[in-house]
Design a protein around this ligand. Structure first.
Ligand code: NAD
Length: 498
Protein backbone atom coordinates (compact mmCIF):
# COMPACT_ATOMS: atom_id res chain seq x y z
CA UNK A 1 0.00 0.00 0.00
CA UNK A 2 1.35 3.43 -0.86
CA UNK A 3 0.35 6.18 1.52
CA UNK A 4 0.43 9.76 0.28
CA UNK A 5 1.90 12.43 2.55
CA UNK A 6 2.98 16.02 2.08
CA UNK A 7 5.56 15.49 -0.67
CA UNK A 8 9.13 15.32 0.54
CA UNK A 9 8.71 16.22 4.19
CA UNK A 10 9.67 13.33 6.49
CA UNK A 11 7.11 12.49 9.18
CA UNK A 12 7.25 10.35 12.31
CA UNK A 13 4.24 8.12 13.05
CA UNK A 14 4.19 5.41 15.72
CA UNK A 15 7.96 5.63 16.23
CA UNK A 16 8.50 5.13 12.52
CA UNK A 17 10.26 7.63 10.26
CA UNK A 18 8.40 7.84 6.95
CA UNK A 19 10.12 9.30 3.91
CA UNK A 20 8.22 10.36 0.83
CA UNK A 21 8.88 11.26 -2.78
CA UNK A 22 9.20 15.04 -3.15
CA UNK A 23 7.51 14.71 -6.55
CA UNK A 24 4.44 12.66 -5.63
CA UNK A 25 4.28 12.25 -1.86
CA UNK A 26 4.31 8.47 -2.26
CA UNK A 27 5.84 6.69 0.69
CA UNK A 28 9.40 5.59 -0.03
CA UNK A 29 10.68 4.34 3.31
CA UNK A 30 9.45 3.48 6.81
CA UNK A 31 12.15 2.91 9.40
CA UNK A 32 12.18 2.61 13.19
CA UNK A 33 13.23 5.81 14.97
CA UNK A 34 16.17 5.28 17.32
CA UNK A 35 16.18 6.57 20.89
CA UNK A 36 19.41 7.87 22.42
CA UNK A 37 19.66 4.51 24.20
CA UNK A 38 19.26 2.64 20.87
CA UNK A 39 22.07 4.75 19.42
CA UNK A 40 24.37 3.91 22.34
CA UNK A 41 23.53 0.23 21.97
CA UNK A 42 24.30 0.36 18.24
CA UNK A 43 27.69 1.90 19.01
CA UNK A 44 28.37 -0.74 21.68
CA UNK A 45 27.49 -3.52 19.24
CA UNK A 46 29.70 -1.92 16.60
CA UNK A 47 32.56 -1.75 19.11
CA UNK A 48 32.27 -5.46 19.85
CA UNK A 49 32.09 -6.24 16.11
CA UNK A 50 35.18 -4.07 15.65
CA UNK A 51 37.39 -6.65 17.33
CA UNK A 52 36.44 -9.19 14.71
CA UNK A 53 36.64 -6.70 11.83
CA UNK A 54 40.06 -5.38 12.92
CA UNK A 55 41.36 -8.94 13.39
CA UNK A 56 40.51 -9.75 9.76
CA UNK A 57 43.44 -7.55 8.80
CA UNK A 58 43.79 -5.56 5.61
CA UNK A 59 43.51 -8.66 3.44
CA UNK A 60 40.29 -9.95 5.00
CA UNK A 61 38.67 -6.54 4.94
CA UNK A 62 39.74 -5.92 1.37
CA UNK A 63 38.16 -9.15 0.24
CA UNK A 64 34.86 -8.33 1.97
CA UNK A 65 34.78 -4.72 0.79
CA UNK A 66 35.38 -5.88 -2.78
CA UNK A 67 32.45 -8.27 -2.41
CA UNK A 68 30.30 -5.29 -1.44
CA UNK A 69 31.67 -3.27 -4.36
CA UNK A 70 30.62 -6.12 -6.65
CA UNK A 71 27.12 -6.15 -5.19
CA UNK A 72 26.78 -2.36 -5.55
CA UNK A 73 27.89 -2.54 -9.17
CA UNK A 74 25.54 -5.45 -10.00
CA UNK A 75 22.54 -3.79 -8.34
CA UNK A 76 23.21 -0.23 -9.50
CA UNK A 77 19.80 0.10 -11.19
CA UNK A 78 17.98 -1.07 -8.06
CA UNK A 79 19.59 1.50 -5.77
CA UNK A 80 19.29 4.24 -8.41
CA UNK A 81 15.52 3.62 -8.58
CA UNK A 82 15.26 3.85 -4.79
CA UNK A 83 17.24 7.10 -4.78
CA UNK A 84 14.85 8.44 -7.42
CA UNK A 85 11.78 7.32 -5.48
CA UNK A 86 12.95 8.72 -2.16
CA UNK A 87 14.93 11.88 -3.00
CA UNK A 88 13.47 12.72 -6.43
CA UNK A 89 16.87 12.61 -8.11
CA UNK A 90 16.72 11.70 -11.83
CA UNK A 91 17.75 8.06 -12.29
CA UNK A 92 20.63 9.04 -14.59
CA UNK A 93 22.07 11.34 -11.89
CA UNK A 94 21.65 8.53 -9.35
CA UNK A 95 23.53 6.09 -11.59
CA UNK A 96 26.43 8.55 -11.95
CA UNK A 97 26.50 8.99 -8.16
CA UNK A 98 26.56 5.25 -7.42
CA UNK A 99 29.22 4.64 -10.08
CA UNK A 100 31.45 7.13 -8.32
CA UNK A 101 30.78 5.54 -4.92
CA UNK A 102 31.67 2.10 -6.31
CA UNK A 103 34.99 3.49 -7.49
CA UNK A 104 35.73 4.80 -3.98
CA UNK A 105 34.92 1.46 -2.33
CA UNK A 106 37.27 -0.26 -4.77
CA UNK A 107 40.14 2.15 -4.20
CA UNK A 108 39.82 2.24 -0.40
CA UNK A 109 39.74 -1.56 -0.23
CA UNK A 110 42.76 -1.99 -2.48
CA UNK A 111 44.95 0.71 -0.97
CA UNK A 112 44.37 0.57 2.78
CA UNK A 113 47.30 -1.76 3.49
CA UNK A 114 49.76 0.27 1.42
CA UNK A 115 48.76 3.56 3.02
CA UNK A 116 48.10 2.47 6.60
CA UNK A 117 50.07 -0.74 7.12
CA UNK A 118 53.12 -1.06 9.39
CA UNK A 119 56.38 0.23 7.96
CA UNK A 120 59.87 1.25 9.07
CA UNK A 121 60.71 4.92 8.78
CA UNK A 122 64.19 6.43 8.92
CA UNK A 123 65.83 7.40 12.19
CA UNK A 124 67.84 10.60 12.45
CA UNK A 125 71.43 10.92 13.54
CA UNK A 126 70.53 12.15 17.07
CA UNK A 127 68.65 8.94 17.83
CA UNK A 128 70.42 6.64 15.42
CA UNK A 129 70.54 3.87 18.03
CA UNK A 130 66.76 3.48 17.75
CA UNK A 131 64.71 2.19 14.84
CA UNK A 132 61.39 3.90 14.03
CA UNK A 133 58.14 2.11 13.16
CA UNK A 134 54.88 3.64 11.99
CA UNK A 135 51.42 2.26 11.44
CA UNK A 136 47.89 3.65 11.29
CA UNK A 137 45.41 1.99 13.61
CA UNK A 138 41.60 2.30 13.46
CA UNK A 139 39.78 4.61 15.87
CA UNK A 140 37.20 1.94 16.72
CA UNK A 141 33.65 3.02 15.95
CA UNK A 142 33.08 5.86 13.50
CA UNK A 143 29.70 7.61 13.53
CA UNK A 144 28.79 8.84 10.04
CA UNK A 145 26.07 11.50 9.76
CA UNK A 146 24.87 12.06 6.21
CA UNK A 147 22.88 14.52 4.08
CA UNK A 148 20.12 13.71 1.59
CA UNK A 149 21.52 15.29 -1.56
CA UNK A 150 24.04 12.53 -2.33
CA UNK A 151 22.68 9.76 -0.09
CA UNK A 152 25.04 7.08 -1.48
CA UNK A 153 28.17 9.00 -2.44
CA UNK A 154 28.51 11.00 0.79
CA UNK A 155 28.11 8.23 3.39
CA UNK A 156 30.31 5.91 1.33
CA UNK A 157 32.96 8.62 1.04
CA UNK A 158 33.39 8.32 4.79
CA UNK A 159 32.21 4.76 5.51
CA UNK A 160 34.23 2.90 2.85
CA UNK A 161 37.45 4.59 3.95
CA UNK A 162 36.65 4.11 7.66
CA UNK A 163 35.83 0.43 7.11
CA UNK A 164 38.93 -0.21 5.01
CA UNK A 165 40.99 1.35 7.80
CA UNK A 166 39.57 -1.22 10.25
CA UNK A 167 36.79 0.76 11.94
CA UNK A 168 33.19 -0.28 12.26
CA UNK A 169 30.57 2.29 11.29
CA UNK A 170 27.20 3.45 12.59
CA UNK A 171 25.42 5.56 9.97
CA UNK A 172 22.76 8.17 10.67
CA UNK A 173 21.32 8.86 7.21
CA UNK A 174 19.39 12.03 6.49
CA UNK A 175 15.74 11.86 7.52
CA UNK A 176 14.91 12.65 3.87
CA UNK A 177 16.66 9.52 2.59
CA UNK A 178 16.63 6.86 5.33
CA UNK A 179 15.61 4.00 3.00
CA UNK A 180 18.69 4.57 0.83
CA UNK A 181 20.88 4.52 3.97
CA UNK A 182 19.22 1.32 5.16
CA UNK A 183 19.74 -0.25 1.73
CA UNK A 184 23.47 0.44 2.04
CA UNK A 185 23.81 -1.25 5.42
CA UNK A 186 21.50 -4.14 4.44
CA UNK A 187 23.52 -4.93 1.33
CA UNK A 188 26.74 -4.71 3.34
CA UNK A 189 25.26 -7.24 5.79
CA UNK A 190 24.51 -9.55 2.85
CA UNK A 191 28.20 -9.81 2.07
CA UNK A 192 29.45 -9.50 5.67
CA UNK A 193 26.79 -11.42 7.62
CA UNK A 194 29.02 -12.42 10.54
CA UNK A 195 28.99 -9.25 12.65
CA UNK A 196 27.22 -5.84 12.71
CA UNK A 197 30.16 -4.02 11.13
CA UNK A 198 28.13 -1.36 9.30
CA UNK A 199 24.71 -0.47 10.71
CA UNK A 200 22.26 2.43 10.67
CA UNK A 201 20.18 4.40 13.18
CA UNK A 202 17.31 6.56 11.97
CA UNK A 203 15.55 9.74 12.96
CA UNK A 204 15.73 13.51 12.86
CA UNK A 205 18.60 15.74 13.95
CA UNK A 206 18.33 14.64 17.59
CA UNK A 207 19.43 11.14 16.56
CA UNK A 208 22.52 12.64 14.92
CA UNK A 209 23.14 14.59 18.12
CA UNK A 210 22.79 11.34 20.11
CA UNK A 211 25.39 9.73 17.85
CA UNK A 212 27.79 12.57 18.72
CA UNK A 213 27.30 11.75 22.41
CA UNK A 214 27.19 7.97 22.04
CA UNK A 215 30.82 7.17 22.78
CA UNK A 216 31.70 6.80 19.07
CA UNK A 217 35.45 7.26 18.65
CA UNK A 218 35.14 9.68 15.74
CA UNK A 219 32.27 11.45 14.00
CA UNK A 220 32.29 12.11 10.25
CA UNK A 221 29.63 14.69 9.41
CA UNK A 222 28.44 15.79 5.99
CA UNK A 223 25.75 18.47 5.85
CA UNK A 224 25.22 22.18 6.31
CA UNK A 225 27.69 24.50 8.00
CA UNK A 226 25.06 25.40 10.63
CA UNK A 227 24.67 21.77 11.69
CA UNK A 228 28.44 21.24 11.48
CA UNK A 229 28.81 23.77 14.30
CA UNK A 230 26.32 21.86 16.45
CA UNK A 231 28.11 18.57 15.75
CA UNK A 232 31.46 20.04 16.72
CA UNK A 233 29.97 21.53 19.90
CA UNK A 234 28.43 18.20 20.92
CA UNK A 235 31.62 16.29 20.15
CA UNK A 236 33.68 18.82 22.14
CA UNK A 237 32.04 17.58 25.35
CA UNK A 238 33.88 14.28 25.09
CA UNK A 239 36.79 15.45 22.89
CA UNK A 240 35.48 13.18 20.15
CA UNK A 241 37.38 14.03 16.96
CA UNK A 242 35.29 15.28 14.06
CA UNK A 243 35.51 15.48 10.30
CA UNK A 244 33.27 18.18 8.88
CA UNK A 245 32.21 18.22 5.23
CA UNK A 246 29.94 21.26 5.13
CA UNK A 247 28.35 23.63 2.64
CA UNK A 248 29.81 25.56 -0.25
CA UNK A 249 29.29 28.31 -2.80
CA UNK A 250 31.70 27.16 -5.47
CA UNK A 251 32.79 29.46 -8.25
CA UNK A 252 33.81 28.86 -11.85
CA UNK A 253 36.27 31.20 -13.50
CA UNK A 254 36.22 31.58 -17.28
CA UNK A 255 39.42 33.12 -18.60
CA UNK A 256 39.91 34.86 -21.95
CA UNK A 257 41.53 31.84 -23.63
CA UNK A 258 38.89 29.32 -22.50
CA UNK A 259 37.11 26.92 -24.85
CA UNK A 260 33.72 28.55 -24.39
CA UNK A 261 31.62 25.64 -25.62
CA UNK A 262 33.34 23.26 -23.22
CA UNK A 263 33.06 25.82 -20.42
CA UNK A 264 29.35 26.33 -21.02
CA UNK A 265 28.70 22.59 -21.15
CA UNK A 266 30.56 21.97 -17.88
CA UNK A 267 28.99 25.02 -16.25
CA UNK A 268 25.45 23.94 -17.04
CA UNK A 269 26.09 20.44 -15.75
CA UNK A 270 28.10 21.55 -12.72
CA UNK A 271 25.44 24.05 -11.71
CA UNK A 272 22.25 22.16 -12.55
CA UNK A 273 22.94 18.46 -12.03
CA UNK A 274 20.78 17.08 -9.22
CA UNK A 275 18.69 20.27 -9.58
CA UNK A 276 21.64 22.25 -8.25
CA UNK A 277 21.49 20.47 -4.89
CA UNK A 278 25.19 19.73 -4.87
CA UNK A 279 27.64 20.84 -2.19
CA UNK A 280 30.32 21.31 -4.85
CA UNK A 281 27.84 22.61 -7.42
CA UNK A 282 28.82 25.67 -9.42
CA UNK A 283 26.70 28.50 -8.01
CA UNK A 284 28.69 31.53 -9.23
CA UNK A 285 30.60 32.18 -12.44
CA UNK A 286 33.11 34.94 -13.06
CA UNK A 287 33.76 35.37 -16.78
CA UNK A 288 36.28 37.90 -18.07
CA UNK A 289 34.90 40.81 -20.06
CA UNK A 290 36.05 39.78 -23.59
CA UNK A 291 34.24 36.42 -23.44
CA UNK A 292 31.37 37.31 -21.09
CA UNK A 293 28.58 37.83 -23.63
CA UNK A 294 29.48 34.83 -25.76
CA UNK A 295 29.77 32.61 -22.70
CA UNK A 296 26.42 33.72 -21.25
CA UNK A 297 24.77 33.09 -24.62
CA UNK A 298 26.11 29.54 -24.75
CA UNK A 299 25.06 28.78 -21.16
CA UNK A 300 21.54 30.09 -21.73
CA UNK A 301 21.21 28.12 -24.96
CA UNK A 302 22.23 24.85 -23.26
CA UNK A 303 20.37 25.38 -19.96
CA UNK A 304 17.23 26.41 -21.86
CA UNK A 305 17.11 22.99 -23.51
CA UNK A 306 16.89 21.09 -20.21
CA UNK A 307 13.64 19.44 -19.24
CA UNK A 308 12.15 19.83 -15.77
CA UNK A 309 9.76 17.41 -14.13
CA UNK A 310 9.37 13.90 -12.75
CA UNK A 311 10.91 10.68 -14.03
CA UNK A 312 12.99 11.13 -17.18
CA UNK A 313 13.48 14.90 -17.00
CA UNK A 314 16.97 16.41 -16.71
CA UNK A 315 16.02 18.33 -13.60
CA UNK A 316 13.90 16.73 -10.89
CA UNK A 317 12.09 18.18 -7.89
CA UNK A 318 13.69 20.09 -5.04
CA UNK A 319 14.07 17.42 -2.37
CA UNK A 320 13.50 19.60 0.70
CA UNK A 321 10.27 21.62 0.31
CA UNK A 322 11.61 24.30 2.69
CA UNK A 323 14.47 25.02 0.26
CA UNK A 324 12.01 26.40 -2.30
CA UNK A 325 11.62 29.54 -0.18
CA UNK A 326 15.39 30.02 -0.04
CA UNK A 327 15.70 29.69 -3.82
CA UNK A 328 12.83 32.11 -4.40
CA UNK A 329 14.34 34.62 -1.96
CA UNK A 330 17.72 34.49 -3.70
CA UNK A 331 16.20 35.05 -7.15
CA UNK A 332 13.95 37.90 -5.92
CA UNK A 333 16.81 39.57 -4.05
CA UNK A 334 19.09 39.41 -7.08
CA UNK A 335 16.42 40.88 -9.37
CA UNK A 336 15.38 43.62 -6.96
CA UNK A 337 19.00 44.73 -6.64
CA UNK A 338 19.68 45.18 -10.31
CA UNK A 339 20.51 41.66 -11.46
CA UNK A 340 18.90 40.42 -14.68
CA UNK A 341 17.46 36.98 -15.40
CA UNK A 342 18.59 35.84 -18.83
CA UNK A 343 16.88 32.49 -18.27
CA UNK A 344 14.12 31.60 -15.80
CA UNK A 345 13.71 34.23 -13.12
CA UNK A 346 10.88 35.52 -10.95
CA UNK A 347 8.41 32.73 -11.76
CA UNK A 348 10.98 29.92 -11.94
CA UNK A 349 9.90 28.37 -8.64
CA UNK A 350 6.91 26.12 -9.32
CA UNK A 351 6.80 23.68 -6.39
CA UNK A 352 8.21 21.11 -6.19
CA UNK A 353 10.21 22.19 -9.27
CA UNK A 354 12.45 25.10 -10.12
CA UNK A 355 13.14 25.99 -13.75
CA UNK A 356 16.80 26.65 -14.58
CA UNK A 357 17.61 30.24 -13.84
CA UNK A 358 20.63 32.21 -15.02
CA UNK A 359 21.17 35.61 -13.39
CA UNK A 360 23.73 38.13 -14.65
CA UNK A 361 25.22 41.31 -13.26
CA UNK A 362 24.12 40.37 -9.74
CA UNK A 363 25.54 42.56 -6.94
CA UNK A 364 28.33 40.74 -5.13
CA UNK A 365 26.71 41.40 -1.75
CA UNK A 366 23.36 39.81 -2.67
CA UNK A 367 22.16 36.53 -1.19
CA UNK A 368 22.36 34.80 -4.59
CA UNK A 369 26.11 35.42 -4.65
CA UNK A 370 26.95 35.01 -0.96
CA UNK A 371 24.68 32.24 0.38
CA UNK A 372 24.27 28.60 -0.62
CA UNK A 373 21.21 28.53 -2.90
CA UNK A 374 21.00 24.75 -3.47
CA UNK A 375 18.77 25.06 -6.51
CA UNK A 376 19.11 25.04 -10.32
CA UNK A 377 20.20 28.66 -10.41
CA UNK A 378 23.42 30.35 -11.33
CA UNK A 379 24.88 33.83 -11.24
CA UNK A 380 27.30 34.94 -13.96
CA UNK A 381 29.18 38.16 -13.33
CA UNK A 382 31.67 39.95 -15.56
CA UNK A 383 35.17 40.68 -14.34
CA UNK A 384 38.07 42.66 -15.78
CA UNK A 385 40.54 39.81 -15.65
CA UNK A 386 41.36 36.55 -13.90
CA UNK A 387 42.86 38.35 -10.91
CA UNK A 388 39.59 40.07 -10.18
CA UNK A 389 37.81 36.73 -10.67
CA UNK A 390 40.05 35.09 -8.07
CA UNK A 391 39.50 37.93 -5.60
CA UNK A 392 35.73 37.62 -5.94
CA UNK A 393 35.75 33.83 -5.84
CA UNK A 394 37.78 33.96 -2.63
CA UNK A 395 35.68 36.64 -0.96
CA UNK A 396 33.28 34.25 0.81
CA UNK A 397 33.78 32.32 4.06
CA UNK A 398 33.07 29.06 2.18
CA UNK A 399 35.86 27.24 0.35
CA UNK A 400 34.92 23.80 -0.94
CA UNK A 401 35.70 23.28 -4.64
CA UNK A 402 35.85 25.32 -7.81
CA UNK A 403 36.44 25.20 -11.53
CA UNK A 404 38.65 27.11 -13.95
CA UNK A 405 38.35 27.24 -17.73
CA UNK A 406 41.29 28.53 -19.68
CA UNK A 407 44.59 27.46 -21.22
CA UNK A 408 47.73 29.36 -20.36
CA UNK A 409 47.02 30.38 -16.78
CA UNK A 410 44.28 27.95 -15.74
CA UNK A 411 46.29 25.76 -13.36
CA UNK A 412 47.89 28.80 -11.71
CA UNK A 413 44.42 30.27 -11.18
CA UNK A 414 43.16 26.97 -9.73
CA UNK A 415 46.02 27.02 -7.21
CA UNK A 416 45.02 30.49 -6.05
CA UNK A 417 41.41 29.53 -5.31
CA UNK A 418 40.84 29.38 -1.56
CA UNK A 419 39.29 25.93 -1.70
CA UNK A 420 40.11 22.33 -0.94
CA UNK A 421 39.66 21.25 -4.57
CA UNK A 422 39.46 22.57 -8.11
CA UNK A 423 38.84 21.17 -11.59
CA UNK A 424 40.58 22.70 -14.60
CA UNK A 425 38.58 22.56 -17.84
CA UNK A 426 35.84 20.46 -16.25
CA UNK A 427 33.50 20.68 -13.26
CA UNK A 428 33.19 18.54 -10.11
CA UNK A 429 35.72 16.00 -11.46
CA UNK A 430 37.80 15.86 -8.27
CA UNK A 431 34.90 14.21 -6.41
CA UNK A 432 35.13 11.06 -8.50
CA UNK A 433 38.92 10.84 -8.40
CA UNK A 434 39.46 8.30 -5.64
CA UNK A 435 43.18 9.02 -5.50
CA UNK A 436 42.56 12.66 -4.50
CA UNK A 437 41.46 14.01 -1.10
CA UNK A 438 38.07 15.74 -0.80
CA UNK A 439 37.23 18.45 1.71
CA UNK A 440 37.03 22.15 2.31
CA UNK A 441 38.44 25.15 4.09
CA UNK A 442 36.74 27.79 6.24
CA UNK A 443 32.97 27.39 6.59
CA UNK A 444 33.11 24.39 4.26
CA UNK A 445 34.69 22.36 7.05
CA UNK A 446 37.92 20.52 7.64
CA UNK A 447 39.38 17.06 7.39
CA UNK A 448 39.51 15.00 4.23
CA UNK A 449 37.69 12.00 2.81
CA UNK A 450 38.92 10.04 -0.27
CA UNK A 451 42.45 9.16 -1.27
CA UNK A 452 45.36 8.49 1.06
CA UNK A 453 44.37 11.43 3.30
CA UNK A 454 40.87 9.96 3.51
CA UNK A 455 42.22 6.64 4.78
CA UNK A 456 44.44 8.40 7.32
CA UNK A 457 41.51 10.53 8.45
CA UNK A 458 39.96 7.38 9.90
CA UNK A 459 43.04 6.12 11.67
CA UNK A 460 45.41 7.16 14.39
CA UNK A 461 49.09 7.28 13.66
CA UNK A 462 50.86 4.86 16.00
CA UNK A 463 54.56 5.52 16.48
CA UNK A 464 56.93 2.92 17.95
CA UNK A 465 60.66 3.21 18.55
CA UNK A 466 62.87 0.22 19.25
CA UNK A 467 66.36 0.30 20.68
CA UNK A 468 68.87 -1.36 18.43
CA UNK A 469 72.17 -0.27 20.06
CA UNK A 470 73.62 1.41 23.11
CA UNK A 471 73.39 5.23 23.12
CA UNK A 472 76.47 7.14 22.09
CA UNK A 473 75.05 10.40 23.46
CA UNK A 474 73.41 9.24 26.67
CA UNK A 475 71.28 12.26 27.48
CA UNK A 476 67.82 10.85 28.26
CA UNK A 477 68.85 9.14 31.49
CA UNK A 478 69.85 10.24 34.97
CA UNK A 479 72.93 8.06 34.45
CA UNK A 480 74.29 10.76 32.13
CA UNK A 481 77.47 12.55 33.14
CA UNK A 482 78.43 16.21 32.65
CA UNK A 483 80.73 14.96 29.90
CA UNK A 484 77.75 13.35 28.08
CA UNK A 485 75.84 16.65 28.21
CA UNK A 486 78.91 18.54 26.99
CA UNK A 487 79.21 16.09 24.07
CA UNK A 488 75.53 16.71 23.23
CA UNK A 489 76.10 20.48 23.23
CA UNK A 490 79.07 20.05 20.92
CA UNK A 491 77.18 17.70 18.59
CA UNK A 492 74.18 20.04 18.31
CA UNK A 493 76.47 22.97 17.50
CA UNK A 494 78.29 21.00 14.85
CA UNK A 495 75.14 19.66 13.25
CA UNK A 496 72.76 22.64 13.47
CA UNK A 497 74.72 25.68 14.64
CA UNK A 498 75.59 27.06 11.21
P1 NAD B 1 21.77 19.20 7.42
O1 NAD B 1 22.91 19.86 8.10
O2 NAD B 1 20.42 19.77 7.61
O3 NAD B 1 21.66 17.67 7.89
C1 NAD B 1 22.72 16.75 7.73
C2 NAD B 1 22.54 15.62 8.73
O4 NAD B 1 22.74 16.12 10.05
C3 NAD B 1 21.17 14.96 8.71
O5 NAD B 1 21.33 13.58 8.85
C4 NAD B 1 20.51 15.56 9.95
O6 NAD B 1 19.51 14.73 10.50
C5 NAD B 1 21.70 15.67 10.88
N1 NAD B 1 21.53 16.62 11.99
C6 NAD B 1 20.67 17.67 12.09
N2 NAD B 1 20.84 18.29 13.28
C7 NAD B 1 21.82 17.64 13.92
C8 NAD B 1 22.47 17.83 15.18
N3 NAD B 1 22.12 18.82 16.00
N4 NAD B 1 23.47 16.99 15.52
C9 NAD B 1 23.85 16.01 14.69
N5 NAD B 1 23.27 15.77 13.50
C10 NAD B 1 22.27 16.58 13.12
O7 NAD B 1 22.17 19.13 5.89
P2 NAD B 1 21.31 18.57 4.67
O8 NAD B 1 20.22 19.53 4.36
O9 NAD B 1 20.95 17.14 4.89
O10 NAD B 1 22.39 18.58 3.50
C11 NAD B 1 22.63 19.69 2.69
C12 NAD B 1 23.89 20.40 3.13
O11 NAD B 1 24.96 19.48 3.13
C13 NAD B 1 24.30 21.51 2.20
O12 NAD B 1 24.76 22.60 2.96
C14 NAD B 1 25.44 20.89 1.41
O13 NAD B 1 26.35 21.82 0.90
C15 NAD B 1 26.07 20.04 2.44
N6 NAD B 1 26.85 18.96 1.83
C16 NAD B 1 28.22 19.00 1.96
C17 NAD B 1 28.97 18.01 1.35
C18 NAD B 1 30.47 18.01 1.46
O14 NAD B 1 31.06 16.99 1.16
N7 NAD B 1 31.13 19.08 1.89
C19 NAD B 1 28.35 16.99 0.62
C20 NAD B 1 26.97 17.00 0.52
C21 NAD B 1 26.24 17.98 1.14
Amino acid sequence: MTAVHAPGTPVIEDDRLISTSPATGAEAGRLPVATAEDVRRAVDRARAAGEWWAALGFGGRRERLLRWRGLLARRIEEIAELMHAEGGKPVADAVVEVASAVEHVDWAARNARRVLGPRRVRSRLVLAEFSAHLEYQPYGVVGVIGPWNYPVFTPIGSAAYALAAGNTVVLKPSEYTPAVGQWLVDTFAEVVPEQPVFTAVHGLGDVGAALCRSGADKVAFTGSSATARKVMTACAESLTPVLLEAGGKDAMIVDADADLDAAAEACVWGALTNAGQTCIGIERVYAVEPVFDAFVGKVVERAGRLTVGPDDADIGPITMPSQLDVIRRHIDDALSRGGRAVLGGADAVQPPYVRPTVLVDVPEDSAAVREETFGPTLTINRVRDADEAVDRANALPYGLGGSVFGRRRAVAIARRLRSGMASVNSALTFAGMSTLPFGGVGESGFGRIHGEDGLREFSRAKAITRRRARSMLASTTFERTPADVARLVKAIKVMYGR
